[in-house]
Design a protein around this ligand. Structure first.
Ligand SMILES: NC(=O)c1ccc[n+]([C@@H]2O[C@H](COP(=O)([O-])OP(=O)(O)OC[C@H]3O[C@@H](n4cnc5c(N)ncnc54)[C@H](O)[C@@H]3O)[C@@H](O)[C@H]2O)c1
Length: 396
């Protein structure tokens, strides 16, 4: 029988030659600067001018390295309005016209979750770099094909979320690496609200609370504890129909209530839960909420994240030496969840690498599809994918 070693400080540090306090973007990588369409700025074409696009457009517009080149939506009025509001010179009602139209470098995909894979593939085929909202593909195999296509075409592919770029994530990763929690044992994270009412895709096949909400906790916990080796899950539907603005009543066919157990190896287990039926006394959209949404426990300490991992504002840490919770990483920072497209534009322009990788995003896609399979079959599902971990800026 194989001996299972506990994940201790030395084991953790072996993976990480150099630790850095400042984790924003990595140093100039081997990938270095990639070919852009000529100008100093990265030209962005954004598809899907719905709810989330308002946050993205505002963030992109503030970046000195970005030029907004075109907007596209199958609801043409939305693309036109976005173009008017943000002074974007071109707008299109279809991806074919967008790709054949005004040139751009980076395709930003903010469409329905079920559309991402198909549209990302089309953009990669056209030689565009891609930033995609989650998920970047509907399955691990399809996502790996997209990554292969990106390599063939000499372009890059990345997907949301960017939670591993926050200073609170950096503090937690560093605290684990320094062994302050002792031998790690368990972690838990939770994220839910009462569900969106503006689009039906959240509730139909390919949608659900996992790819919309659970994806953040899965990214954060695998980012902190390492890739999952196996997954067991249960999912359910609590609310069978939903009223959607402009559509009336739709039948819910994707889970709206999910719980996943992950085995990270070395005896370390974690649990995440997500759902569209969660009353919360905390304002969902506010970054001021102070409740603990994620906790990691070891033999010498425990730490909890205050606020959601997509809008974190502090980490509370208690150890054997300091057994009352002390607050850390609570300084104001410019981290916001909608920074992904701007960050990858910066990477394309400068050659710097972010901490989030497409391999990590695809590992999370595999966990989410495995969760559905585990619910269907009652089985524990082994994971095939992995990603480079731990997530530190490597200055070696
Ligand atoms: N809304 C949020 O607060 C939020 C936050 C983070 C991430 N997200 C993610 O962003 C994505 C979009 O969510 P949303 O809330 O903005 O949805 P939305 O319905 O408000 O917007 C999606 C837009 O995409 C357009 N669209 C769909 N298919 C298209 C296609 N084939 N070609 C062109 N346009 C197309 C729709 O017409 C719509 O305008 C989802 O993956 C969601 O999980 C949303």
């Amino acid at each position: 029988m194989r001996t299972v070693k506990p994940l201790d400080r030395r084991g953790f540090l072996r993976h990480s030659a150099a630790l850095s306090a400042a984790v924003t973007l990595g140093p100039l990588g081997a990938a270095s600067r990639v070919a852009l369409s000529g100008a100093a700025k990265v030209k962005v074409g954004l598809i899907g001018c719905g709810s989330v696009s308002r946050h993205y457009f505002a963030h992109l517009a503030r970046s000195p390295l970005v030029e907004l080149a075109s907007a596209c939506d199958i609801l043409p009025e939305r693309a036109r309005q976005a173009a008017d509001r943000h002074k974007i010179p071109h707008h299109y009602p279809h991806i074919d016209e967008m790709l054949a139209g005004a040139p751009f470098d980076l395709f930003v995909n903010l469409t329905d979750m079920q559309e991402h894979e198909r549209l990302n593939e089309q953009a990669l085929q056209a030689g565009k770099h891609v930033w995609s909202e989650k998920p970047i593909a509907n399955s691990l195999a399809a996502g790996q094909r997209l990554l292969e296509l990106a390599r063939e075409k000499g372009v890059r592919l990345w997907g949301a979320p960017t939670a591993v770029q926050s200073p609170q994530f950096a503090f937690m990763a560093r605290t684990l690496a320094e062994g302050k929690l002792g031998r790690l044992a368990a972690a838990h994270a939770s994220y839910g609200h009462l569900g969106p009412n503006w689009a039906a895709f959240f509730y139909t096949k390919g949608g659900g609370s996992l790819p919309d909400l659970g994806v953040y906790n899965l990214t954060t916990l695998t980012g902190l504890l390492g890739p999952a080796r196996a997954v067991v899950a249960m999912t359910g539907i609590v609310t069978p129909t939903r009223k959607i603005t402009g559509k009336g009543e739709v039948t819910v066919t994707a889970e709206d209530n999910a719980m996943i157990l992950m085995d990270h190896g070395h005896g370390v287990l974690s649990h995440i839960q997500s759902g569209f039926n969660y009353f919360t006394p905390h304002e969902h959209s506010s970054t001021q909420q102070d409740h603990h949404t994620l906790t990691i426990i070891g033999t010498r300490g425990s730490m909890s994240l205050a606020g959601y991992d997509w809008a974190p504002h502090a980490v509370d840490l208690a150890t054997r030496e300091q057994s009352r919770f002390q607050r850390h990483a609570d300084a104001r920072s410019d981290y916001v969840w909608e920074n992904g497209a701007s960050l990858v534009a910066e990477c394309l322009a400068t050659g710097r690498e972010p901490l989030f990788t497409p391999e990590h995003a695809l590992h999370v896609v595999e966990i989410m599809t495995a969760a559905n399979e585990s619910q269907r079959t009652g089985q524990r599902i082994p994971m095939r994918s992995t990603f480079k971990w731990p997530l530190f800026e490597d200055r070696g």
